[in-house]
Ligand binder design. Structure first.
Ligand SMILES: NC(=O)c1ccc[n+]([C@@H]2O[C@H](COP(=O)([O-])OP(=O)(O)OC[C@H]3O[C@@H](n4cnc5c(N)ncnc54)[C@H](O)[C@@H]3O)[C@@H](O)[C@H]2O)c1
Length: 378
């Protein structure tokens, strides 16, 4: 008999949908002691949040997140709001003894992130940040191959996250759907939004970074602000590229932009080691490209591994070998890992503390982008 774990979710946008879907699916595929119950969803517009609750099967609604975090019938708070709200909601949720699943990036900056870490650690509550790409089976498989030492000494780590949706100078900033262009709501542009994913994966696969040097650019300097109606300065980074030294001696190269015409969500990474190389591409997320230097003769070449067999990470829970899964399943895996952590009393990775490292790197990247100098990671 499974035990209920009551979820209170704040925000019903893009991530609100992916998470709700994951809570509903997880126990159909994973044998967990706890079963998520969609207890309440919260957002400011009552009619809209009620419509969302009806669509996804939430039992109740709130229009003020402060009420939600105080409710006695909620076990876990899921933060799916713009970045400027993560800190206040997480601190209040921890003070009320709630477990917390927070969307990425953890916070607006490392100072806020440190306070959030201290709050969950003091309260002793289970906490995790939704860096969901770790939970794509091919990416988890890459982690296994690296941890087994198959690549040998690592020389290079390369990652891109490219989009093209903000090229028009007529696009306003701020408010619903466009908060990502407003530094007051987002904290930063592509660095916190897209590179944060690349950095989280990189640190997980290849270890900590020592220092970074970055260039950032804001191509459209002014945009109408939806909340004030006035044309205002744009303070986010539209594009960012940075180099880094990893502590293991390898070199990193990262690029992200929302001005790469033709690209919608091209997240790729490549790792080159002395014995082999690995490549992954979000557009083909169920495949891992693998080159093994041990392969001899004319058949040597890149292998394209279809990560769908039951001995691949997470895949024994899904269909039969050869049938692939998609983007939304990475969130189902994250919930499965969360429920396992709750059951066993083990940390749910990435924790707030793990994700603070990504936050510190984002801060250093933005600092270096402004100063033009190398920035050390604390
Ligand atoms: N893990 C990922 O791959 C991924 C992908 C997209 C977004 N995100 C992150 O998820 C978070 C949300 O992004 P999104 O794309 O879902 O945004 P969104 O704009 O689609 O949704 C944001 C939601 O927050 C709600 N909201 C805003 N202010 C609120 C308030 N004061 N009280 C209650 N609700 C409020 C809005 O009503 C909306 O429902 C961000 O932190 C973002 O960086 C992560």
């Amino acid at each position: 008999m499974s035990k209920p774990l009551n979820i209170g979710m704040v925000g019903y946008g893009f991530m609100g949908r992916t998470h709700s879907n994951a809570y509903r699916k997880v126990t159909n595929f994973f044998n967990t002691e706890y079963k998520p119950v969609l207890k309440a969803v919260c957002a400011r517009d009552e009619a809209k949040v009620r419509g969302f609750a009806d669509t996804w099967g939430y039992e109740s609604i709130e229009t003020d997140w402060r009420k939600l975090v105080e409710r006695k019938d909620i076990d876990a708070i899921d933060i799916c709001t713009p970045n400027n709200l993560h800190h206040d909601i997480a601190i209040a949720a921890a003070a009320n003894g709630k477990m917390i699943l927070c969307e990425k990036p953890l916070s607006m900056n490392a100072q806020e992130g440190e306070a959030m870490c201290q709050a969950v650690e003091k309260a002793g509550v289970v906490n995790t940040v939704w860096y969901n790409y770790r939970k794509v089976p091919a990416v988890t498989f890459a982690k296994q191959l690296i941890d087994e030492g198959r690549l040998g000494r690592i020389f290079h780590y390369r990652a891109n996250f490219l989009q093209d949706w903000t090229i028009s100078a007529d696009l306003p900033q701020g408010g619903a759907a466009l908060w990502r262009l407003d530094a007051a709501a987002a904290g930063s542009g592509v660095t916190g939004d897209l590179l944060a994913h690349c950095i989280d994966t990189a640190v997980w696969l290849n270890g900590s970074m020592k220092n970074v040097t970055a260039m950032t650019e804001t191509f459209v300097k002014e945009r109408k602000h939806n909340l004030t109606g006035k044309v205002e300065k744009v303070s986010i980074d539209d594009a960012c590229a940075f180099l880094c030294h990893f502590k293991n001696g390898s070199l990193g190269l990262f690029e992200s932009t929302r001005y790469a015409r033709g690209h919608k969500a091209l997240y790729t990474f490549e790792i080159n080691g002395e014995n082999g190389s690995i490549k992954w591409d979000l557009h083909d997320l169920h495949r891992l490209q693998w080159f093994d230097y041990k392969d001899e003769g004319p058949l040597r070449g890149w292998r394209s591994i279809h990560v769908t067999d039951s001995d691949h990470p997470y895949m024994s829970h899904w269909w039969v070998p050869g049938l692939q899964i998609g983007y939304e399943h990475s969130f189902v895996h994250h919930v499965a890992d969360f429920l396992e952590g709750v059951e066993k009393g083990t940390p749910v990775c990435p924790t707030f503390r793990d994700s603070l490292e990504t936050q510190k790197i984002c801060d250093a990247v933005l600092k270096s982008g402004k100063s033009g100098s190398w920035a050390e990671i604390e």
